[in-house]
Design a protein around this ligand. Structure first.
Ligand code: HXC
Length: 261
């Protein structure tokens, strides 16, 4: 493909895992327009390709992403970002992907880098990972969801401390506050993320998509609305071949064969 700052590799036991790697080593994967444009295109390509079931998003051992490109942003005025061409317009593609996305974070994940991780469904970190929202220290604020997702995924006191100070969190800190689910030695991180992807990918893609949709509704609704969404989605699985096949396979003591419908 024409991507220069993003690589897409097919991996996993069943060759259905998309490993997407941020690859702009000269700037520690700082998120410039070109990188974000290529990331958005690559994500949409994988989203619409039914031979991919799960996505693993990673960077390098030194940096997942050191944030939005400060040198590129330094020149911009309000009218540039708001009016002229809506800079950042496609920066949230990741949050619209319906396939599971696992972040495998080694090294620096600062500012927009942390916010990319917050947009993923599961975050695994290497033991050298560093998270944080340093925007306040350069005269701006998190703009890719940091001030909204931190309070939803942790709590007010933690979210405020992170966003008001810009302090860095180690991999272990990030696990303690609930951003990261597991920490691994740096060298093993991607392999572990792919093993997790494989465990998800052996389920029906149709049902996996339904699970993701239902869990995400917990962050958008009241408990009662969310329970209604869940009940309806649960009932909808009864209209699928994969639900019939899954329950039949259990009774017949065999592995299910998913048709994806
Ligand atoms: C542009 C960056 C960059 C960034 C690193 N580089 N981060 N360029 N934007 N965010 C560049 C450096 O300028 C340098 O280029 C090269 O990458 C290597 O970085 P060093 O600083 O030399 O490396 P090191 O000393 O190891 O320090 C690593 C670091 C530091 C701690 C991650 O680079 C750093 O503090 N970066 C900025 C982190 C940050 O504030 N991020 C938040 C951005 S605001 P040269 O050419 O000099 O070799 C944001 C808003 C999101 O993310 C909202 C979007 C909508």
């Amino acid at each position: 493909s024409s991507s220069e700052m993003i690589t897409l590799t097919r991996t996993g036991a069943a060759e259905n895992v998309a490993l997407i790697t941020l690859n702009r080593p000269t700037a520690l994967n700082a998120l410039c327009r070109q990188l974000m444009q290529e990331l958005s295109e690559t994500l949409l390509k994988v989203e619409h390709d039914s031979t991919y079931n799960v996505i693993v998003l990673t960077g390098s051992e030194k940096a997942f992403a050191a944030g939005a490109d400060i040198k590129e942003m330094a020149k911009l005025e309000f009218a540039d970002v708001f009016q002229k061409d809506d800079f950042f317009a496609n920066w949230d593609t990741l949050s619209h992907i319906t396939k599971p996305v696992i972040a495998a974070v080694n090294g620096f994940a600062l500012g927009g880098g942390t916010e990319l991780a917050l947009m993923c469904d599961i975050v695994y970190a290497g033991e050298n990972a560093v998270f944080g929202q340093p925007e306040v220290s350069i005269g701006t604020i998190p703009g890719l969801g940091g001030t909204q997702r931190w309070p939803r995924f942790t709590n007010k006191s933690i979210a405020m401390e992170i966003c008001l100070t810009g302090d860095r969190l180690s991999a272990q800190d990030a696990k303690e506050v609930g951003l990261v689910s597991k920490v691994f030695p740096t060298q093993q991180l991607i392999a572990e993320a792919v093993i997790l992807a494989d465990r998800i990918a052996k389920n029906s893609p149709l049902i996996v998509k339904t699970v993701k949709k239902s869990v995400n509704s917990a962050y958008e609704t009241s408990l009662n609305q969310g329970l209604e969404v869940e009940k309806h989605l649960f009932q909808s699985t009864f209209a699928t071949n994969d639900r019939r096949e899954g329950m039949a396979a259990f009774s017949e003591k065999r592995a299910a064969k998913w048709s994806g419908n």
